[in-house]
Design a protein around this ligand. Structure first.
Ligand code: S3P
Length: 169
């Protein structure tokens, strides 16, 4: 594996960052941290509650602080939130302290994987398809900017994706 101290997974909601990240950590004998679950543990509040009380800006500030802490560690597989790349500081720290894998997924597969999900505030409205399309348009260049490796998870279940990625890393 690359000498970078950590493995950082970026990509849109529904790309499989958490499920694949957990399996990769197991395969490499590394720790796994999901940044969103870490934010919830630190604040004692769910992501929807943080959005409700502090707005997206408040969530982003917590996300940046949490990621900066996690990236100080070594030997950790970090599943970031889909919007973590919006912040230039986050992007710089990811590149400095991690080997960054961009997990890609099609819009159709995202909609399918997220169909029953109620935990993502940005998908609370009616037109999920339009929101997801817009987010991907905005963020695709940012994922490309930070990525050391791109990997398409569209047709793969998490165990297959983790097995294939293990061979590439
Ligand atoms: C977000 C993605 C979510 C979570 C929050 C905002 C985004 O994480 O951080 O709801 O801006 O795309 P996942 O990518 O793990 O779903």
């Amino acid at each position: 594996m690359n000498p970078a101290p950590n493995l950082v997974l970026v990509g849109p909601m529904g790309a499989g960052k958490s499920s694949i990240g957990r399996r990769l950590a197991g395969r490499f004998g590394l720790d796994f941290v999901d940044a969103d679950r870490e934010i919830e543990a630190r604040t004692g509040a769910s992501i929807p509650t943080i959005f409700e009380c502090e707005g997206e800006a408040g969530f982003r500030a917590r996300e940046a602080a949490t990621l900066a802490d996690l990236l100080q560690r070594e030997g950790v597989v970090i599943a970031t939130g889909g919007g973590a790349v919006l912040d230039a500081g986050n992007r710089g720290r990811m590149r400095e302290r991690g080997f960054v894998v961009h997990l890609q997924v099609s819009l159709a597969r995202q909609l399918d994987r997220l169909a029953r999900d109620r935990s993502r505030p940005l998908l609370a409205g009616d037109d999920r398809e339009q929101v997801l399309r817009r987010l991907t348009e905005q963020r695709a260049p940012l994922y490309a900017e930070v990525a050391d490796l791109c990997f398409d998870t569209d047709t793969l279940f998490p165990p297959q994706a983790a097995a294939q990625l293990t061979r590439l890393l």
